[in-house]
Design a protein around this ligand. Structure first.
Ligand code: 1BN
Ligand code: ZN
Length: 313
């Protein structure tokens, strides 16, 4: 039996297909807007594949070692793509303890009376793979697929999809020179130290993401991190069903870009998977990391922001 599709049904079917297509393209708000459906800006889709493409892009530029052309290119790219996503951009260039530092800041400032949140990640990669099992590799650079490119990829995608009506001022900070410690003339976390030294005002909370793309993602509560803020974020992760990834146990004390904030009395946490066997080796490459992992971390951070600063709160 043939069922004739009446004109209204045909229209609905067409509409359904347009919606599906737009949804597949990850553009949910455009889909809702074009049907005349009321804006549902709190439905926010973190597109893990799109974030992963940003990770791949950085790795194919080459190691993002301070002073290199890849390091300069990644900065220009961050400024350009975040401008396209509607963020106000600042390139902060300073000399800090004799080092040239270039932090990149994306700002969305709504109202100075609202809270102020910083989400950060380092964009540089380590100059030497000094933990590589093969001695001949230990003077080569780290590709930094996980250690460097993953955090940046999460920040970029947050910049693309974060609803504009959140009741909060947000800075996304791409820190320079995180990764040159434990070697002659080098230091850890220079970019974030320079940033905090120059910071005017006190952010309410800081979340740093680093090494968040391991295919086998295990994120414990880093023990220098602010306990209350960590409890909030790990609880959001649990509510999303990610309790096997965001493991609710303290482990490791890590010197990362959250430390200068903690030292300044600002609540800060480090979301980091420190169980990555390719850490500081030449094998920290794209085949060791996954879009799914970026998606989990991105969704948790976005869900935390929505829970605290979304319209209903
Ligand atoms: C994170 C990624 N870190 C370096 N690359 C910070 C760190 C410093 C972790 C020292 C452990 C020891
Ligand atoms: Zn590192």
């Amino acid at each position: 039996m043939r069922i004739a599709i009446t004109p209204p049904l045909k229209f609905l079917e067409k509409l359904r297909r347009v919606l599906l297509l737009l949804l597949l393209l990850g553009n949910l708000s455009a889909a809702l807007a074009c049907t005349g459906t009321p804006q549902v800006s709190e439905i926010t889709v973190f597109n893990a594949d799109r974030a992963f493409r940003d990770l791949e892009y950085q790795v194919q530029l080459g190691p993002r070692i301070p002073g290199s052309s890849a390091h300069e290119q990644v900065r220009a790219w961050l400024i350009s793509i975040n401008k396209q996503s509607g963020w106000e951009m600042e390139a902060q260039s300073v000399i800090y303890q004799g080092n040239e530092i270039h932090n990149i800041i994306a700002k969305r400032e709504i109202d100075q009376h609202l809270p102020w949140i910083i989400i950060g990640a380092h964009y540089d990669s380590r100059i030497i793979a000094d933990r590589d099992p093969l001695p001949e590799n230990r003077s080569k650079p780290v590709p930094g697929a996980n250690d460097g490119a993953s955090g940046v990829a999460v920040l970029n995608e947050i910049a693309r999809i974060l609803p504009a009506d959140l009741q909060v001022n947000i800075w996304l900070v791409y820190f320079d020179a995180e990764d040159n410690g434990s070697m002659p003339g080098g230091e850890w976390i220079l970019g974030s130290r320079a940033f905090v030294e120059k910071l005017k005002g006190t952010p309410d909370a800081v979340i740093v993401v680093d090494m968040v793309a391991d295919r086998d993602l295990n994120i414990y509560i880093e023990q220098n991190s602010n306990e209350d803020l960590a409890a909030e974020v790990w609880s959001v992760a649990k509510s999303l069903g990610y309790e096997d990834t965001f493991i609710n146990q303290p482990k490791y004390h890590i010197i990362d870009d959250h430390i200068p904030f903690i030292q300044a009395g600002i609540p800060a946490i480090d979301i980091i998977d420190f169980e990555y066997r390719y850490w500081h080796t030449v094998s920290d490459t794209v085949d060791k990391v996954s879009a799914d992992s970026l998606g989990i971390v991105g969704r948790v951070v976005v869900a935390w922001l929505l829970e605290k600063y979304g319209e209903d709160n």
